[in-house]
Design a protein around this ligand. Structure first.
Ligand code: HEC
Length: 108
């Protein structure tokens, strides 16, 4: 009986540890998305509307894009059609952040 309780206690601890790690990861991702929205407002929103949620002046809606994260990253690096390349205007980290952010948008 004594042993059984100790085991249960340990499992409880492990669960708490697991939960707090994922909460932390979620918060880190939220902070990154917050940062990405700032960059988006400066560099992207004059063509892509509503932080990527709607089509804007010339640019398509980005939420629900069929591109994967690498594809989005490459599009930002290379540009496409009338969209300029951001290779020299944004830092690599910022472009990665934007790609993650765009893939985190709900597709509806
Ligand atoms: C000058 C207007 C303009 C700006 C600024 C702009 N875009 Fe675009 N973007 C476009 C246009 C137009 C397309 C469609 C290109 C095509 O397929 O011909 C596009 C396409 C894209 C695509 C591909 C979408 C898909 O599903 O194929 C992504 C991703 C994207 N833009 C992200 C961004 C990001 C992130 C920024 C800011 C760093 C940005 N764009 C800034 C005009 C712009």
């Amino acid at each position: 009986m004594q042993r059984f309780n100790a085991k249960k206690g340990l499992m409880g601890l492990a669960l708490v540890a697991l939960l707090s790690t994922s909460v932390f990861a979620q918060e880190a991702q939220d902070a990154a998305n917050q940062e990405a929205r700032k960059i988006f407002a400066n560099s992207c929103s004059w063509c892509h509307g509503m932080f990527g949620m709607k089509a804007g002046k010339g640019g398509p809606k980005l939420a629900g894009t069929s591109l994967d994260e690498t594809g989005v990253y490459n599009t930002i690096i290379k540009g496409q059609g009338s969209m300029p390349s951001f290779k020299n205007t944004l830092k690599d980290d910022e472009i990665k952040m934007l790609a993650k952010y765009i893939k985190s948008l709900p597709s509806e």
